[in-house]
Design a protein around this ligand. Structure first.
Ligand code: F6R
Length: 274
């Protein structure tokens, strides 16, 4: 586990961007696990910049998103498919032609919010990840309650892709994106499980802002517990917590993390194996 504290959110974004860009250059047909939400937006913007300015090539990259509301159509402005197309996919050279219903758009997969047989779809999603050789690098954000993807507190630490019922708190929090009308917020979501996430070869969790400080302290230094799903990442052999000063403000071993990073500078830059 590496804890990398950056001065601000922009540099937090760049650490993840460089890890991803390095992987894409070394393994052009890599599988990236992607997240939505406000946290990874900087990284998507920075990757678009590298694509435009340095020709970073996504033509063979395959992506799997963590989650999607259910039910929701891909053209709904709050769907995660729409979010990914608008904020990232449309701006790089990843194949994006819809085929196979809504299950696959070119090389990009987002769980299908229109799937009729959800259970079968979740199994298929897991199978597709396996057939691609597994996820090389999974990008994550974290909720202020410690959730990762839509795995809310008490989610099984071994869970796989499945339908989850949203908590009342999540419905209230997300109502702002649905005309402030809780009745418009989907009641369910399809989400990769914690077990699915832990199968990724490398995990990069980003967090910024004071609102995430508690969750980050619990995830890194607390006990492993389903009450804080992000704490399960302590079991993973190669996880990077990339966080800004504010999100790091409640860590007790901060001096040690800084010391390790200082010494690492003299060894090598972090390198993600594909
Ligand atoms: C999004 C996701 C969520 C977010 C988390 C943080 O695909 O899986 O777990 O990562 O809710 O959201 P933001 O980044 O908006 O604070």
């Amino acid at each position: 586990m590496e804890v990398i504290v950056t001065p601000d959110a922009e540099s937090m974004g760049w650490v993840a961007t460089r890890l991803i860009a390095d992987l894409v250059r070394r393994k052009p047909r890599c599988a990236l696990g992607l997240a939505t939400g406000s946290t990874p937006l900087r990284t998507y913007r920075q990757l678009i910049q590298l694509h435009r300015e340095e020709g970073l090539d996504f033509s063979q990259v395959v992506t799997f998103n963590l989650d999607e509301y259910y039910p929701i159509t891909p053209d709904h402005p709050q769907s995660y498919r729409y979010f990914m197309n608008e904020n990232f996919f449309k701006h790089i050279n990843i194949p994006l032609t819809p085929r196979d219903g809504n299950r696959r758009w070119g090389n990009t997969y987002v769980p299908d919010g229109t799937a009729e047989d959800v259970e079968a779809h979740c199994l298929w999603y897991e199978e597709r990840i396996k057939e691609e050789g597994g996820i090389d690098l999974q990008l994550l954000g974290v909720g202020s309650n410690g959730h990762i993807a839509f795995n809310e507190p008490t989610s099984s630490l071994g869970s796989r892709t499945r339908l989850k019922t949203l908590t009342q708190k999540t419905i209230e929090d997300n109502a702002r994106f649905f005309d402030n009308d809780m009745s418009k917020v989907p009641k369910h979501a399809i989400t990769m499980g914690i077990g699915t996430i832990l199968d990724a070869r490398v995990i990069v969790l980003q967090a910024n802002g004071e609102k995430k400080a508690d969750a980050i302290a619990r995830a890194i230094e607390g006990p492993i517990t389903s009450m804080c799903p992000a704490s399960a990442l302590q079991l993973h052999p190669e996880v990077y917590f990339v966080i800004d000063e504010a999100a790091a403000s409640k860590l007790k071993y901060r001096d040690y993390y800084d010391h390790v990073q200082e010494l690492k500078k003299h060894l090598r830059a972090p390198r993600v194996e594909g």
